[in-house]
Design a protein around this ligand. Structure first.
Ligand code: PLP
Length: 366
C-alpha cells in the first residue's frame, strides 16, 4: 500500500522509535515517585520540556504535556472560557477539536472569522474587527489540515499583541513540517507528535502558568493537567521534532515543494478539469487537496484509489449516505455538489519523489 495520508497520521520515525524504546528501558518509574528511579524519570521529563521549549522559543514552565492536540485544544478553550469575559473570535477553518469545544463552552460568546475562497482566514476582516471592537481572544491554526493552506498566524499574533488580545494557535499540522521558531510567542500553542513521526497519543500545550485544568486529581504538570505523564511518548515526540528541525535547516522543505508542484501539474495534465484547492495561497509541502473530475466508472476516488493500493483522504464526510463537504470547503465557499471528488494527498518525510510518480501512473491516471 502506498501511504498518502500523513496529514492524518505520520508513521513512527526511526528516531522516535529509538527514543521511545530507550526511554521505556531506562526510565521504568513514575516521574512523580519520590525514590531515585522516580527522580531520574522526572529529570528526563523536565529535560524534554526544556528541549521542546527551546525549539518553540518559550519558557519550560509554560509547556504542559497532554495526550494530543485534541486534548490541548480543549484545555486551551476551557481556560479561555473561564478566564475571560467577552467574545472569542475563532477561524471558521479550525479543526473540530477547536470548533466543537468553542461552540460548547463559549456559545454566544464565540464569533467565527470568515475565510477567503483561497482557504485563508480573512485578514482584513480580522484586522478591522481588532481595531473597532477588540475581542477577548483570537484562535487561528498555523496550517490547515484539509488543504495544507498556511494561515497568517504571525501577523495575527502581532496584531493581537498590539491590541492586548490573547492569541491561540493550533500548530498540529505546521510543526515538524515548517520551523517551530517563533511559535512560542503565541499566548497559547497546541501540537501533537503523530503528525511528524512521533507516537500517537502525546502532545503539548504552551500556555500561561495560571492555566485552569480540565483534568483534575493529581499534582502533575504543576496541577494544570492531572495524570501520569507518557514519558516514553514525550521523549519520542521531542526527539522526532528535533530531527525534523534539523532536516528543515538543511532545506528539506524546499525540495519537497518542487515534488508537490510537479505532482499537481502532472495530474492537471492527465485529468483536465482538476482543481487545486488553495492554489492562490502558500501551502504545506506535504499536502495537496484536489477536486478531481468524476470517474468514468462512477466510483468515488477514495475508494477507487484504495483498491489500486493508495491510501488517501476524502474532502467530504459521509452523512446519512450522502456526501457533505467539510466545514473547511464550505468556509471557502465551495459547492456541496463536488465534495466527494475532493481528495487530500499527503506525503511524509520518508516519501520519495518516486512515490508521487507511482501515484500518478498507477493511481490517479489509471
Ligand atoms: N488540530 C489539527 C489541525 C489536526 O490536524 C489534528 C489531527 O487531525 C488535531 C488538531 C487533533 O490531533 P490529535 O489527533 O492529536 O488529537
Amino acid at each position: 500500500m502506498h501511504y498518502f495520508d500523513h496529514a492524518a497520521t505520520h508513521p513512527l520515525s526511526e528516531v522516535a522509535r529509538a527514543a521511545w524504546l530507550d526511554a521505556a528501558t531506562r526510565f521504568p518509574a513514575n516521574p512523580s515517585s519520590l525514590h531515585r528511579l522516580g527522580a531520574r524519570a522526572d529529570r528526563a521529563l523536565e529535560g524534554a520540556r526544556a528541549r521542546l521549549a527551546a525549539m518553540l522559543g518559550c519558557s519550560p514552565g509554560e509547556v504542559i504535556f497532554t495526550s494530543g492536540a485534541t486534548e490541548s485544544n480543549n484545555l486551551m478553550v476551557h481556560h479561555l472560557a473561564h478566564a475571560l469575559t467577552g467574545t472569542v473570535l475563532v477561524s471558521s477553518l479550525e479543526h473540530p477539536s477547536v470548533l466543537e469545544p468553542t461552540r460548547h463552552e463559549l456559545a454566544e460568546r464565540r464569533q467565527l472569522i470568515p475565510a477567503t475562497p483561497a482557504g485563508v482566514v480573512d485578514l482584513p476582516w480580522l484586522e478591522n474587527r481588532l481595531r473597532t471592537r477588540p475581542p477577548a481572544a483570537v484562535l487561528l491554526m498555523a496550517a490547515n489540515n484539509e488543504t495544507g493552506v498556511l494561515q497568517p498566524w504571525r501577523e495575527v499574533a502581532a496584531r493581537c499583541r498590539e491590541h492586548g488580545v490573547w492569541f491561540g494557535c493550533d500548530a498540529a499540522q505546521w510543526l515538524g513540517k515548517l520551523p517551530a521558531a517563533g511559535l512560542g510567542a503565541c499566548a497559547f500553542l497546541t501540537g501533537c507528535a503523530h503528525k511528524f513521526g512521533g507516537p500517537p497519543g502525546v502532545g503539548f500545550l504552551k500556555g500561561p502558568t495560571t492555566l485552569r485544568p480540565l483534568l483534575r486529581g493529581g499534582p502533575q504538570e504543576d496541577r494544570r493537567r492531572a495524570g501520569t505523564q507518557n514519558l516514553p511518548g514525550i521523549l519520542a515526540m521531542v526527539a522526532s521534532l528535533e530531527a525534523r528541525e534539523r532536516e528543515l535547516a538543511v532545506g528539506g522543505a524546499e525540495q519537497r515543494i518542487v515534488w508537490r508542484d510537479r505532482f499537481v501539474a502532472r495530474v492537471q495534465q492527465a485529468l483536465p478539469g482538476t482543481e487545486l484547492l488553495g492554489a492562490d495561497a502558500p501551502r504545506l509541502w506535504n499536502t495537496v487537496s484536489l477536486q478531481l473530475p468524476p470517474r468514468a466508472d462512477g466510483r468515488r476516488w477514495v475508494v477507487a484509489l484504495d483498491r489500486l493500493g493508495f491510501a488517501v483522504a476524502s474532502g467530504s464526510a459521509c452523512s446519512s449516505g450522502r456526501d457533505v463537504p467539510s466545514h473547511v470547503l464550505e468556509a471557502m465557499g465551495r459547492s456541496r455538489d463536488n465534495a466527494d471528488r475532493v481528495v487530500r494527498f499527503s506525503s511524509g518525510w520518508e516519501t520519495p519523489e518516486s512515490a508521487w510518480e507511482v501515484l500518478i501512473r498507477k493511481g490517479v491516471s489509471s
